[in-house]
Design a protein around this ligand. Structure first.
Ligand code: PGA
Length: 242
């Protein structure tokens, strides 16, 4: 694992955005796995600036987002689709057909997940996956004790994650209890991964994920086994690393 430590969350976003743009320049039809969450906001800002500034074509780029809440529609401001639309898709020239998202309103959720895996496969697999890390070590919505062999599926969110994410909802009771997420094996199949973290509140889990045992109780610890991963962190989240 290559580790890059920068000053603050804005620099984490800028560094990661630059790494993504370099991949798009190398492969115009890049298959890009995307993530949501607070850490990603500066990343999308920088990515949009770079795409516009350097006139990067996204017409052939295909994206697959990691996860979505069950029961929230695309029009719901709290859904991950809405957040992606607002923070990224509406600001760049991408083809709608190239944007892939799990549908948390699908009538048959198992089939939805199965089809998503198939779509990833048909696209030739994910070239580059962007990833955040939850304070409990989750990646995507793969909570502690998710199987390292898991694929895209419906999951129950932990109380910890629901509480953490309640900042985006009017109250804890409004945070969905279920979600759809790419599995850990799905994430690990990406040819390259960029993991982003920022802020002191992530320092403990970053230390556990990178220095602790590789174990299913810390899903992000699996990333240590990936052969092509860059971890971009700010000083805060890297503050407990040796
Ligand atoms: P955050 O979420 O960026 O809002 O901390 C990260 C995650 O849960 O993956």
């Amino acid at each position: 694992m290559k580790i890059v430590i920068v000053k603050n969350s804005k620099d984490v976003g800028a560094k990661a955005a630059w790494l993504v743009v370099k991949e798009i320049i190398k492969k115009r039809d890049l298959v890009l796995g995307l993530a949501t969450g607070g850490t990603m906001i500066p990343f999308y800002r920088s990515l949009i600036d770079l795409i516009k500034g350097k006139k990067i074509e996204l017409i052939n780029v295909r994206t697959f987002n990691l996860d979505e809440y069950v029961g929230l529609s695309r029009e719901d401001r709290r859904s991950y689709y809405y957040s992606m639309k607002k923070n990224f898709f509406s600001k760049v020239a991408m083809l709608e057909k190239n944007i892939n998202f799990l549908d948390g309103m699908a009538r048959n959720l198992d089939l939805e997940c199965e089809n998503y895996e198939k779509k990833i496969e048909d696209a030739g697999g994910i070239d580059l996956q962007i990833l955040g890390i939850g304070r409990n070590g989750h990646i995507g919505f793969n909570e502690p004790w998710s199987s390292f062999r898991s694929r895209t599926r419906e999951v129950f969110l932990s109380d910890f994650t629901r509480k953490d994410n309640s900042r985006f909802f009017s109250s804890l009771s409004k945070v969905p209890k279920r979600a759809l997420t790419m599995g850990i094996a799905t994430i690990m199949s990406a040819r390259k991964i960029i993991l982003l973290a920022s802020g002191k509140s992530k320092a403990g889990i970053v230390h556990r994920a990178l220095h602790g045992r590789i174990s299913e109780d810390v899903p992000a610890s699996v990333l240590y086994k990936h052969h092509n991963i860059i971890f971009v962190s700010d000083k805060g989240s890297a503050s407990e690393l040796d």
